[in-house]
Structures are given as C-alpha cells and as structure tokens.
Design a protein around this ligand. Structure first.
Ligand code: ZN
Length: 462
C-alpha cells in the first residue's frame, strides 16, 4: 500500500468519525430538547382527559381532528391539511350486561363485561342460553352445529404468557375476539363472550373489534374480565348454569371524517417522504391514552422538535394522524390510495402504536426487496442510537402505514417496552394516569432521532 493511499484511507476514516460525532451530537440535542421541553404529555392529557375516548364518527373524534389540526398549525409547518375519509359509526349505547344464572337455585352473578366493537346489540329482552366453553376456533368447528346451535359460546383461551413480547401473546389469542363471533354465528350460536385480551388476572374487561362477514347473523358479542372468565369456567360443570347477555350496541350510516396531515417540505429531495404517525381514533371506554394518543403526540413532537432545533430537512417530513384504525382502517387505506394516485414515494414511514412506555427500539418491515437493499443502510447508523437503549430488529410497521409497503420504502414501528401495555389496552384504564411523562417523551426523542438519520443519509436508490 502506498503512503498516499494509506493517508487517504486514514483521512476517510477520520471524516467518517467526525461525521458520526456530529450525528451523535445532534441526537443528544434532540434528546436534551425533548426531555426538557416536550409538550407530549400536555397534549396527551387534553386528548385523553378533555376530549376523551375518540371512536370514529363520534363528537370526540371530530374534536380530536380539530385539536391536532390546531397543534400542527401552531408549529409553523409548510403545509397542514385534513384528508377526508368515510368511517363506520358504531355506538355502544348506554346498556351492557352479562350475568350467570343458576336456574335451580335462582342465584345470579353479574360479570365485568364490555361489548365488542362493530357488533350489534340484543333487543331489550336480551339473550339467555346454555354455555359452551371452547379454547380455539378449531375446537368450536369440531363441536359443530349440533353442539352449538342455540347456545352462547364462551372463548376462554388465555394469552400465552410465556412470550416475553406481549404483542406476540396478544397475537396468540386475539383470533377468538376478532373471528370467534362470526364462526360461532355460522354454527347457530345465539351469542358469544370472549375472555379479555390481557396478560393479567383482574376485573377489567377489554373491548376491541370483532369482524362479521356480510352474510353472518350478527349475534351479540361481548368480552368479560379474566377473573370472571376463570370463575365462569369453574362453575360450568354445574348443568343448571346459563348465561344472560344484553347490550344496546348499534351501527349507524358511515360518516365523513378526516386524517390530519402536516409537513415540512424537503429542501433537496422533496419527493422522498419520511412519514411519522399514529392513529387519532380510540376505543370509547377509556381516554385512548396509550392506544393511540401516545403515538399521535409522539409524531407531533417529532415535528415540534425539528422546528425548535431549526432543523431544515433535505427530505419531506410528514406527520399523519390517521382516523379509524380501531374499527375499519379507513384512514390508513384512504391515505395510501391518495398517495399512490399522486405517485408519491414514502422512503420511510414510522408508526407509533404500541403505547407510551420506555422505547426499546424499532421493528423494520417492507417488501423483500426493500429489506434486502435498504435495511443494511439503517444498520450502519443505528449504533448512534444504542446509547439511548434503542435497537433495531426485523418485523415492523403498523396497521395504518402497512398499505404504503408497495411504494418500496421501509416501514418502522416504534417498539416500547410491552410488559404493561395489555394492563390498559382497550379498557377504561387507558387514561393519562397510566402514562409516565419521561417515558412518553423518550419515545418522541427516539422517533425524532431516527427521522434525522433517515433524512440525513437516505436509503439509497429508490
Ligand atoms: Zn392502536
């Protein structure tokens, strides 16, 4: 090796280090600013406690559209807009009840229950029938129409608590809630109750969406707390036990609602979009603090921090508050449709929809080609985030941004610590009291840092 070449390589290494130092310095500025000045918690307090549960089509959902539009407008972004989308309107109504009745003794006990979203209510008389407990959709199908007709099906498979990642545990059980009522109705069941989706044993019922097929008879569908599921299962050997359920859920005509979108236009590559987002809608029974007010304020804080640090991005940074993730995904689908019509390219999209707990890193997804060609770029500079406890792993994205996958960019999901998420998910407890201000701010700082690195280095050719 010639001296000249050796010197050149030394110089290149030095400049690379200098660059890494600059990056580390700016990331520290992002963290410092966010931990001292973040407005996340204040915004989330308004969303959760003042506006409250924001199910699509509700007054609260529309108020949250106006509120976040107002926040974006106050940040002096280059453009702020609302994007129309048509959303389903499901209302719980004011009555819901599940109780166990012992027909021999006349004894009754009321269960902690909540109606499942997108299901239809009973009439005023309610439904009373014998109970069949099952632990899987397969077990239900094997029992068949003879065993199921005229009964109330009780899905009682717990989440698999041996999985360290609680989202994986959720995935191991949620088919019972999402598809169970539809399958039970096809076999002639007159109602369904589902063990709540949580890692805990407690008295809190968890709602969530259930999906009926167009030809299904929409039988009533409700969730009961895990303690009550255990208790009910223990009572079932008694043949004189039956279950009574009543609720006033209804479905109204679709309504027009909105995604809220703000952007800082890129100075060099405005056509390469880096999206940050969360979903504005939430279930009605809590304040939608972790799910997904936290993701919304994370994304808003990314924009606020970049502006406050006077950062001028090369690429377009776009913040999106998606509507209707919980019971239809209309916002995410509409956004992607419009984006494709306009031939846009989302180089990267980052969704925060896993709570406001301490961030542990990001999951990364995309087409096989995107993972092969673009993920190695990310790996190169993720070390800058490791001092903050931020790692990166395959498997990511989010329900609202996944429809953007076909544009060929990378999809990121913020991955906070998941251990406490299902203590609150889809419950009346998902309020600001369940959120820690510092942990929430750290999520915003992690996202802002990733946006900075994506913007600075890009992901290679499109
Ligand atoms: Zn969510």
């Amino acid at each position: 090796m010639t001296l000249r070449l050796t010197l050149l390589i030394c110089f290149m290494n030095l400049s690379l280090f200098a660059q890494t130092d600059d990056d580390a310095f700016f990331v520290k500025e992002i963290y410092d600013y966010t931990l001292e000045n973040s407005l996340c918690y204040d915004w989330l307090t308004i969303l959760s406690e003042v506006i409250g549960g924001r199910l699509s089509g509700s007054f609260a959902a529309e108020t949250s559209v106006k509120y976040t539009y107002h926040i974006m407008s106050s940040l002096a972004l280059d453009a702020v807009s609302k994007q129309e989308c048509s959303v389903p309107v499901w209302q719980r109504g004011d009555y819901e009840m599940v109780k166990v009745i012992d027909d021999t003794s006349g004894n009754e006990f009321v269960l902690n229950a909540t109606t499942l979203g997108n299901s239809l209510g009973t009439n005023e008389i309610g439904v009373k029938a014998p109970i069949v407990e099952v632990h899987s959709l397969d077990e239900l199908k094997e029992l068949g129409e003879d065993e199921i007709k005229g009964k109330i099906v009780f899905f009682n498979r717990p989440m698999n608590n041996t999985y360290v990642n609680t989202f994986r545990a959720y995935g191991s059980a949620v088919d019972q809630r999402a598809s169970g009522p539809s399958v039970a109705s096809k076999l002639g069941a007159v109602g369904t109750i589902v063990r709540s989706m949580t890692t805990k044993l407690d008295d809190i019922p968890h709602t969530g969406v259930t999906v009926f097929e167009p030809d299904d008879n929409m039988i009533p569908a409700m969730a009961i707390s895990t303690n009550d599921a255990e208790k009910l299962a223990s009572m079932l050997p008694n043949p004189s036990i039956s279950l009574y359920m009543q609720n006033s859920a209804r479905i109204l005509e679709n309504q027009l609602s909105h995604n809220v979108i703000g952007e800082i236009t890129g100075s060099q590559y405005p056509d390469e979009i880096i999206l940050v987002g969360g979903h504005l809608d939430s279930w009605d029974i809590g304040g939608g603090a972790h799910d997904d007010g936290a993701g919304c304020v994370h994304a808003l804080q990314v924009m606020a921090t970049l502006k406050a640090l006077n950062y001028k991005p090369k690429r377009t940074i776009r913040c999106v508050m998606f509507m209707n993730e919980e019971n239809g995904l209309s916002g995410g689908k509409t956004y992607a449709d419009k984006s494709n019509q306009n031939s846009e390219y989302h180089m990267a999209a980052i969704e925060s929809d896993a709570g406001g707990f301490s961030p542990r890193g990001f999951g990364v997804g995309g087409t096989a080609d995107a993972i092969k060609t673009k993920f190695p770029n990310v790996r190169e500079w993720m070390d800058i985030l490791s001092p903050y406890g931020i790692g990166i792993s395959p498997g990511g994205g989010g329900a609202d941004i996944n429809p953007l996958k076909s544009q060929g960019g990378l999809l990121f999901g913020l991955r906070p610590d998941s251990q406490r998420y299902f203590d609150y998910h889809h419950t009346a407890l998902d309020k600001i009291a369940a959120v820690n201000k510092r942990e929430l701010s750290l999520g915003a700082a992690a996202m802002t840092s990733l946006v900075f690195l994506l913007d600075k280095y890009g992901l290679g050719t499109r």
